[in-house]
Write a protein that binds this ligand. Sequence first.
Ligand code: SF4
Ligand code: SF4
Length: 437
Amino acid sequence: MEQKSYYHSVMLEKDKCKGCTTCLKHCPTEAIRVYGGCAHIIKERCIDCGACIQYCAYHAKVAVNEPMDKMAQFKIKVALPAPTLYGQFKGLKDVSRLLDALIAIGFDDVFEVARGAEYVSKEIKKRIDNRHVHNGMPLISSACPAIVRLIQVRFPELLDNVVDVISPMEAAALAARKRVCQNMSAAPEDVGIFFISPCPAKMTEARAPQSIKKSNVDGVISIMEIYGKLNNAMKDCRHFDHLQNAGSIGVGWAQTGGEMLAVGVENSLAVDGIENVIQALESIEDGDLSDLQYFEGLACVGGCLGGPLTFENPYVAKNRLRKLTENMPKMQEHVKNLDEPELTDEELRTTVLLQPNATLQLDNNFSVALQKMEQVETILRHLPGLDCGSCGSPSCRALAEDVVDGFAVEMDCIFKLKAELHRMSRLMVDISEKTRV
Ligand code: SF4
Ligand code: SF4
């Protein structure tokens, strides 16, 4: 049988972990267990939402960064800044200054992901306008890879509603490579495209895409990592090359509701924060949001501005973006020297059907799963139902499932252990009293 491989970008630095169980309580897919005094991630379940990075007070959870040295492997290096990057710098009045700083630190060209978002917005609008059969559920945005993975793990029946348009990052990467090959007569393999990312989920999207065969992105660098270099480079930037090719519509995608606004469909809903999105997806599944045409779900509070690999507080960054976009045109269609290639409808379409990820099921075989379910229910009846996480599993049900799967024992429950120790000590007292001479 073909073994499916799972890739994820959030890792544990063991020596920093205190086994406090905080991360375990915030993981939306129950992907974390704590045993032996240390957290462990079940990679098949991790959707790279980054919640554990944000909640770990000991900085034991980290995203796997691409070393910047990887740039040296390519003759021509292109930076793909996420629009979130624009909100990170105090006093930035002109996006061109930041884009120039990217050239100053070693890139040969820059293509804004916000411009990719503009291509994608138009394509999504077409999908909504041409949707003749409405199955009682809205089309769902594919922009947040953590939410797409969440749907694969927890809401597989909604997968058909995820819009079949590539992400702004992929659209930008495709257009950037085309432009460089055309303008600099370069071979595609000589061009290295580097996305500057606000979150680990987008890192995974570039390394192991779910809805296209191969990503056009060659490397991912976190905003955290590049922030200091850019800040310094901006101080020395004396002239602007006017590399900006996106308008406020594309830049707005960085925050919650930005995509909804860019797509321009009135009957749509934007929700952020993983728990809120889970509730909204449950409502969609139950048919409670059947009047909606489009749903934008973002794992992080504030949207990508709240990504775990960003530098600035999301509300401060949001305010900066508001000021930066005030005088921007909606789209830069009319910008001088906009010598960029068009992307066809075909190129903007996803090429691989999203598959469910059934790792939350007890077994692939239905009758075995049923048997296991009965065992789980039996064990569960004898657990306290407090979902305290002290056993190292995120809930009493998760502990029961872990016991059935052979990864834990019932006595991992501290309440059961305490009761058992109490029973044994009583027994020993009884025995010693009976045997006293
Ligand atoms: S939050 Fe998780 S990773 Fe961080 S110290 Fe606690 S158990 Fe370890
Ligand atoms: S990144 Fe999200 S899904 Fe993955 S282990 Fe951390 S909290 Fe869980």
